[in-house]
Design a protein around this ligand. Sequence first.
Ligand SMILES: Cc1cc2nc3c(=O)[nH]c(=O)nc-3n(C[C@H](O)[C@H](O)[C@H](O)COP(=O)(O)OP(=O)(O)OC[C@H]3O[C@@H](n4cnc5c(N)ncnc54)[C@H](O)[C@@H]3O)c2cc1C
Length: 289
Amino acid sequence: MNFQLHKAASLPDAIALSRRLAPDVRYIAGGTDLIIQLRRGVKSFGNLIDLSGLKSLRQIAETAEGYRIGALCTHKDIDLHSGLLRDYPALGQAARVVGGHQVRNAGTIGGNLANASPAADVAVALLGLDAVIVAAGEGGSRHIAIADFFTGPGQSLLAPGELIEAVLLPKPAPGESCCFLKAGRRKAMEIAVVSVALRLRLDNADAIADIRIALGAVGPRPLRALGTEAMLLGRKPDAALIAKAAVAIQADCTPRSDVRASAEYRRELVGGMLLRALQHCLKAETPHA
Ligand SMILES: Cc1cc2nc3c(=O)[nH]c(=O)nc-3n(C[C@H](O)[C@H](O)[C@H](O)COP(=O)(O)OP(=O)(O)OC[C@H]3O[C@@H](n4cnc5c(N)ncnc54)[C@H](O)[C@@H]3O)c2cc1C
């Protein structure tokens, strides 16, 4: 593991450093993932640009439209923010199950997204919440809808030299509920075998007016279950429909077998988890007057 560490003094400085040192360069935030990959020899870079001094990227700001979460906010920062936990319980539920205390104290939301792992917990929760990613590069900042962001395992729409500056979350609509569920092989320090993030809103007739289902570890990237969403939208979620959705969701997944679980097991598991998530959100839903 041989690299030179460059401390970025500002966002423009980080971007300029990245251009000067390209292509043998990578950004580093909490280092919980990158350092392990460098140690194992899975990756090798001559230069790392340390973003950790950019304090403006470690702020959570609430606006009339929603929240702006700086990319350097850690999983612990999210779990300590009462506004975020109130408005998006799914985000807190995801942040709370990332690794152990050390990983949650150092690992960042930007690192979790940039990793573009199909099993990244916070990334899956943010996909279910329709987050927008603010990416900064030489040409300035641009907004990327999270539904477009992940392009494959470890791959995203970030251009060379671009970094994640922040994540934007719209304010939840009245009556909206959400949750995140993760199945792993043990309680702590474990990457998801399957994860499900659900966001739901009913209309005045108790039919589903809006729904997002995001899935982790059942495809090459965090996925939206678009077929199941379409099947549920506009319909009353009674027991029969929920049972049908738990079967239909298998068609939205392309899981692979690996050391953690077989593809068949993942396919079975995802249906049961969607069922639990739907039951949870429907119970949390405020009854209509
Ligand atoms: C023991 C262990 C357990 C773990 N368990 C989980 C788990 O349960 N769930 C889970 O989701 N993850 C888990 N992880 C993975 C990882 O720790 C998290 O995804 C974490 O959020 C990564 O953030 P980081 O700041 O440490 O990223 P880093 O390691 O600093 O960087 C990771 C990648 O993201 C890039 N990057 C970082 N910040 C930015 C940015 N702002 N803009 C552009 N690129 C950037 C880096 O260049 C690098 O390629 C685990 C890791 C370990 C070591």
